[in-house]
Design a protein around this ligand. Structure first.
Ligand SMILES: [Zn+2]
Length: 304
């Protein structure tokens, strides 16, 4: 048996360079979504929100070089005061060459999409909230194991999904990313930024989002090329999707070249988006693995 194994190893080595290590753990990323769902909805001001913030903070402190927590109070259009928490996990915080990856960690208070079967319920947020966080946490695990050459910032923004996205009434969305854009941490600006939102769909297909193509076309091109190179051209498709208001927009407004990776086609006629059906069975380990692999390929190929 030993001889046979040795032969196989020798043969494998004869094939040339080994395949790149798969350092992102998709199974663990799926478990990170399960943990988030166990906290209940992560609505600003709710017990689940408090528990989730504590979990993120303690988990990231054992992985990153520095953790920066931004806390403030947001007063909504209705006059309610919401406790807000952004968490920034920094690897090589003094490196001048940096990249930024972000996701929102809050969940929507009400499942108020037109196709939702019950608009009185909150959104569980397996995909919308949970998936982006799972990617960032999986990256933190990989970066702890093998520190990056370049500086890496993982940003968990709060309050993306609290209120209305309608123009003129949109004060209660993108709350955390707007706060971050107005209160950037000291040090160098990132070379680019990548937002993960709704990237866990078991039927994942990420088209090029309009505001990303307009605001940072070279970053879109670079990310799609990298995805194709590592075999995920079937997910990072050569198709365009209309401009979407998301957390990359406030960053673009302060000069950061930010793009949005988002699949806004979630379930039949998008009926799982902002609905009670945004649950764990709608996301997959394979989708998280693909996005995590692309994210880590970006980190490992960005010049220090
Ligand atoms: Zn949402």
């Amino acid at each position: 048996m030993r001889t046979l194994l040795a032969t196989i190893v020798l043969l494998a080595n004869c094939e040339g360079a080994p395949p790149p290590p798969r350092e992102f753990d998709g199974a663990q990323a799926l478990r990170y979504i399960e943990t988030q769902l166990a906290f209940g909805p992560r609505i600003p001001g709710s017990p689940g929100h408090v528990r989730m913030a504590g979990w993120l903070d303690s988990l990231l402190r054992t992985r990153a070089d520095t953790v920066v927590v931004q806390r403030w109070t947001h007063v909504t259009r209705a006059g309610d005061s919401l406790p807000m928490v952004n968490i920034l996990a920094r690897f090589k915080p003094t490196a001048t060459s940096r990249v930024l990856f972000l996701a929102h960690w809050d969940t929507r208070p009400r499942a108020d999409a037109p196709g939702s079967r019950d608009t009185t319920l909150p959104v569980p947020g397996a995909n919308d909230g949970g998936s982006g966080v799972a990617i960032l946490l999986g990256m933190a695990d990989a970066l702890k194991k093998l520190p990056p050459q370049t500086g890496v910032d993982l940003l968990f923004v709060d309050g993306e999904d609290y209120g209305s996205f309608d123009a003129g009434q949109d004060q209660d969305v993108l709350i955390g990313s707007r706060y971050y854009a107005a209160n950037l941490p000291p040090g160098e600006r990132p070379r680019y930024a990548v937002l993960f939102d709704m990237v866990g769909d078991r039927d994942l297909r990420i088209p090029r989002e309009g505001n990303s193509v307009t605001g940072a076309p070279d970053v879109v091109e670079m990310v799609w090329a990298r995805a194709k190179q590592i075999g995920h051209g079937d997910i990072f498709v050569a198709a365009d999707f209309g401009p979407t208001m998301d957390d990359h927009v406030p960053l673009q407004q302060v000069g950061i070249r930010a793009i949005d990776l988002i699949d806004l086609d979630f379930g039949p006629e998008n009926s799982w988006h902002h609905s009670p059906d945004d649950t764990i069975d709608k996301v997959s380990q394979a989708s998280l693995q693909a996005v995590g692999d692309v994210a880590m390929a970006l980190v490992r190929t960005t010049k220090a």
